[in-house]
Structure formats: C-alpha cells, structure tokens
Ligand binder design. Structure first.
Ligand code: FES
Length: 248
C-alpha cells in the first residue's frame, strides 16, 4: 500500500506544532499501525531527519502506552489499542491524519507523545489497598461473591491509556478514575480505604484540570478494554455515599 500521512510534529512542549505530510510506500496490510510508523521513521532517519516521536511499549494491547488519534478517533477506526490496529483497516492511497491525545491535562511533550502523569497522581491519591506483608494468604480466606469478583475484574481491565480523555468533548477523566475506584471499592480487600479512596481520587482528578463529565458516552465508545459507561454512575454513587458517611 502507498499512503499519505499527515502527522503532528512539535519539537517540544513550548514549540508551536503543525501537521507535516509524508508519503510511505510498500506498507503491508499485515503490519500494525506502529510498524507502519516504524517504516516512516526508518526513512526519516536514513534521510537525516528527526524521526516522529510516539509512545509504545508492549505492542500487545496490555500496557496502555500507545496513544494516537487517527483520523479523528482515539486509537483509530477499530475498538482496540493503536498497537493492535492493523493496516488492513486502511486502503491503498488513503490519507491518514495522526495526532496526539488532545486534552489540556495531557500536554504534548514532543510530536505524538503527551504527558499522562496526571493519571499516575490520581492513582497515587488512592489506587491502592492496605495489605499486611508476609506469606500469601490462603486463597479462600476472604470469600468474594462471584458478581463482585466479575465487577472488579471488568474494571481492572483498564490499562490507563487515556483514550477516554482524548475522545471526550470535555476532556474528562471520569471513566479512567471510576474504573480504578470501582475495581477496589467493591472488594473486601479495598474496604478499609473505601471512602477516602473515592474522595481523594476524585479530588485529585479535579485538581489535574480534567473537564466535567456530561455523560456523552464517547469515553466508553473509545475504550479499547470496554470499560462500561455505568462505571461512572457507580463511582458517583460511591462518592455520594462517602460524603454522607464522612460528614456524619
Ligand atoms: S504499546 Fe502497550 S498497549 Fe499499545
């Protein structure tokens, strides 16, 4: 396949960015989207140009590092991560626009790489449990009802890629924050911090400058791991419950 790529280039956080146009040829439909970008970068390096900076790590849809807006969609036309998107989703002769996540809480560092450390600080505010050290406890010592285990697992699938924020017209981080809270709050292991977790993580989310949620649902549509929209309403319920309990 021969493609025209319109790629966001930005030297650093303070520089002005702009779209640059490149032609790539010989792209196989079996290549992943990131392998296609590798091909572009090899050509740029051979020509003495600066390669396009983009985030990636596992390339297996697990780590959440890859993060591109492709033709206006977070992670592109399929419901998957950018690294698991393949070139068979495009046609020979296509023009593809490639941009970084667009959200004020995710400032651009260089080209297609954004700073997502706001997510780390939300996790630091309460995305943990208090567990005694020592040998592993017997697996059945703390029974967890099957519906609760399923609920926790569904939310634990969040890989923190930030597609929810990039897709949201408000730049809200409610889907990410709710997934991380719900995953732990439903389990007995998460019970000691149940109230402080939701209050502190939501407060940190607000401090980071993410937008407010208006339940448009774009986040859940873009999420490569299928975190459901009701995750947000569950978090809101937890937040109200925690506020009532703390103010008593
Ligand atoms: S590179 Fe790890 S999820 Fe895409």
């Amino acid at each position: 396949m021969k493609l025209t790529l319109r790629v966001w280039r930005q030297k650093n956080a303070d520089a002005e960015g702009a779209m640059s146009t490149y032609e790539v040829d010989g792209i196989s439909q079996d290549m992943s989207f990131l392998e296609m970008l590798d091909t572009l970068n090899e050509e740029l390096i051979e020509g003495g140009d600066d390669p396009v900076a983009f985030d990636h790590d596992c390339r297996e849809g697990i780590c959440g590092a890859c993060s591109l807006v492709i033709n206006g969609d977070a992670h592109g036309p399929e419901r998957t991560t950018t690294c698991q998107l393949h070139m068979r989703s495009f046609k020979d002769g296509d023009t593809i626009d490639i941009e970084p996540w667009r959200a004020s809480a995710f400032p651009v560092i260089k080209d297609l790489v954004v700073d997502r450390s706001a997510f780390d600080r939300i996790i630091q505010a309460g995305g943990y449990i208090t567990a005694p050290t020592g040998t592993a406890p017997e697996a059945h010592a703390t029974p967890v009802p099957k519906p609760d285990a399923d609920f926790a697992f569904e939310h634990a699938e969040c890989i923190g890629c930030g597609a929810c924020v990039a897709a949201c017209p408000n730049g809200a981080a409610m889907l990410f924050t709710s997934a991380k809270i719900n995953h732990l709050n439903v389990l007995p292991q998460g019970a000691p911090e149940r109230e402080t977790r939701v209050l502190d993580m939501v407060a940190q989310m607000d401090d980071e400058g993410f937008g407010g949620c208006t339940l448009t649902g774009e986040c859940a549509t873009a999420c490569p791991k299928g975190i459901p929209l009701f995750s947000i309403t569950s978090m809101n319920k937890e937040w109200l419950r925690a506020n009532r309990k703390v103010s008593r």
